[in-house]
Design a protein around this ligand. Sequence first.
Ligand code: TRP
Ligand code: ZN
Length: 450
Amino acid sequence: MPHRTGQPLHRRCRGLALLTAGAAATAALLGTAPASAAGPAPAPAATPTLAAPDIPVANVKAHLSQLQSIASSNGGNRAHGRAGYRASLDYVKGKLDAAGFTTTVQQFTAGGATGYNLVADWPGGDAGHVIFSGSHLDSVGAGPGINDNGSGSAAILEVALAVAREGYKPDKHLRFAWWGAEELGMLGSRHYVSTLPSAERSKIESYLNFDMVGSPNPGYFVYDDDARLEKVFKDFYASKNIPTEIETEGDGRSDHAPFKNAGIRVGGLFSGADYIKTAAQAQKWGGTSGRAFDACYHRSCDTSANINEAALNNNSDAIASAVWSLSGGSTNPPDGKSFENADNVQIPDAGPAVESPVTVTGIPGNAPTALKVAVDIKHTWRGDLTIALVGPSGRTFGLKSASGNDSADNVIDTFTVDASSETANGTWKLRVQDTGAQDTGYIDSWKLTF
Ligand code: TRP
Ligand code: ZN
């Protein structure tokens, strides 16, 4: 079945000659070449701010096949009060414990059976600002619940494991939860929120919900409950050229509802349940119009075959991107002063370097040791690009070298530069050179924060 992957169709391999030419151009651009050249010595390269890693979809699928086996060996489901639910929880908990999370199993009683929520805290970060991601882990009784909601459960599990793999040290505190008994009316998440002391409730800065993120005939729906959280996801999809729509298939039909009702900011993603994909939606996302986003919703056929891998992959990456970007900033709005140039500057294909200036005024003394350089360059092959910051004295700070085989789109990143050797005031420039033929782009905007 055709589906959108967001990948342009003109990718091709790069030869060694281009790489060599790229390396030479890098040296020239950064002023690292002849030692006899006049002017200040090159400054040390910048360290990019931690960006979210790519979440390997193969790992997410491996979790789904474990959940499928658990259902198959426990009467075909993972429903509340059934052995398949507890086995699912034990699987997820085992992975998190081994990765260094602090896990808690919270019990509740519903419909005459014991239910369980699993809560996992990543040690560290500001406990007063919790970025909380959750998914329901239970299925309906009718089937194994692999899209609903093995998909969200597996995606946030793999994002949590990526946090551990990366040794990520977020500024804010990260918490993840797998809810029980959602299919009986969000009973697990309601229990969690209603028993949470109000002092704890107010520490939750954002709750992100992921219920059905791998639908076989997918749409890309973003919750619109909170404008800032909505934007975090929309920006991610925009960077992948994937159109989104607002989630409207039943507001409050999942575990974000109890959080929202308690006054907590909520957001989330959804790839569609039993609503029918329209022709316009099939046009933008691929798939089949006139057919449900998930024709196996709440049925026995919601198996590991009932997953669209591209949607699962994109949504897993979107979750990581949100978790990283929401937790990595300072806990307060940045108090630094920013200077931006938002005029577009075309970058000629395999041509000379171009520059975009920013004039800084009113900052006494030198620039900081951690000057933030936020770069937004749209380009169809970012490996072509060499990027440097040029200080008022003409000193260059390398931000990124060309690497011909990096075929990803765009450079949307914030670099931290030790610019303490420069006076703050004056004209700073972003210098960008395209060192490889064919792919093109432009500087969309860039910003210095002191
Ligand atoms: N688990 C939800 C349910 O079974 C799935 C769902 C339907 C949903 N519509 C939604 C989840 C809208 C989020 C948003 O009802
Ligand atoms: Zn459901």
